[in-house]
Design a protein around this ligand. Sequence first.
Ligand SMILES: Cc1ncc(COP(=O)(O)O)c(C=O)c1O
Length: 395
Amino acid sequence: MFEMLETLPADPILGLATAYREDPSPDKVDLSVGVYRNRAGQTPVMAAVIAAERSLIEQQLTKAYLPPAGAPAFREGIFRLVLGTGAAGLRERSAVIQAPGGCGALRLGAELIQRASPGAVIHLGDPTWPNHGPLLAGGGLALARHPYYDASRHVVDLQPLLAALEQAQEGSLVLLQASSHNPTGADPDRPQWEAILDVVAQRRLVPFFDIAYQGLGDDLDADAWSIRRAAERVPEMLVAVSCSKCFGLYRERTGALIVLGADAGRARAIESQANKAARSMYSMPPGHGALIAERILGDETLATNWRAELAAMAARLRSLRRDFVAAVKATRPDADIDWLAGQRGMFSLLGLKPEAVRELREQHHIYMGLDSRINIAGLSEDNVGRVAELVAPRL
Ligand SMILES: Cc1ncc(COP(=O)(O)O)c(C=O)c1O
C-alpha cells in the first residue's frame, strides 16, 4: 500500500529547529520557531497555569470524556475573554465549541462552512501564516488570495486589500487575523479595520477571525477589538481561538471555535453540525488544557496573576523591539528600521534577501525563516546587540 509514498522534505520551520538543535555553537540564536521565550531562552509554564494545574490534579476525580462541545465553563470563559464582558447579549446567537488548539478550531470552522456552503471560497491575505491554507483547504474550502502587506513601507497595504475584497463574491469568507499578524507584525489600525468591515458588510462577506496572540500585542481587550467591532457590524462570523500562546498551553492543544449566527435557532443548528463534524475527526476535545484555562478564568486571584504575567510578556516583546531598533541604529544610523518598534506581537519580517538569511545562519548561527520572519521573543537582552550588529549591514 505505501510503496508509492515519497518521503516529504522537512517542514521549513521545523527543519530549522532541528538544524538549530544540532548546531554546537554557543552563540546560536533561534529566531524561527513561534513560541514565547524568556531571557534564558526558555518557554516557561506560566505561574497561574502551574497553580491551576496543581489544584486540578488534586481535585480531579475522573478522566471520563468531556461533552462533545467541550468543557462548559471553559466555553463560557473563552467567549467572554474574546467577545468581552459586554457581549452577554450575543451569547444566545453564538455557538462555542472547544477545539484542539487554534489549528483544530480553524479546521473545524472549515468543516462547518463546508456543510453550510459546499465549495465556499475563503480569501487569505498574502502573506499569512503558512498553515492557514492547508488547514482551510483540508476542510474543503477553495482558497483565494488578496494583498495584505506593503513590504517597502512595512504596513498593511490597505487600498489593494480593499479593492480585492470588493471583487469577492457575496457569501465568500475572509480570513482576518485579529491582532499581532503572523508573519508581518503589521495590523490594521482602527480606521483601517472600519474600512475593511465596511467592505465586508457591503459585499455580505463572512469574516473568519483567527486570534492566536490575544494579550501579547497591546492588551487583552485592545487585541480583540477588531472581533468585537465586527460582531457589532455583521450578522454571521467565525472566530478560531488559540490558547497556545496567551496561556502558554501549546502542547495541551487548547482552543475554541466561536460562531455567531443570525439568531438562537441558527446557533443551535451550528453547534449541532460542528459537534457532528468534530465527531467525524477526533470525537471529543482534549481536557487538560481547557480545564486549566477555565480554572484561571474562573478564579479572581489566578486570573489577576495570569493577566499580569501575560502583560509582562507583552511589555517585554515591545521592549525587545525597541532595543533591537536602537541597536541596529547604533551600528547604522541611516537604517530603515524604526517601523519594527511600532509593530506588535511575536513576529516581523526583516525584509532580508534569502542569501543574507542563509549567511546569517551558516556563518553566524542566527536562525530565521527564509522569508526573514523573526520571532522577537527569540531575541534577548543578552543577544540583541550581536544580532542587530549582524543584521544592520544586510538590511
Ligand atoms: C496565526 C496563527 N493562528 C493559529 C495558530 C494555531 O495555534 P495552535 O494550533 O497551536 O493553538 C498559530 C500558531 O502558531 C498562529 O500563528
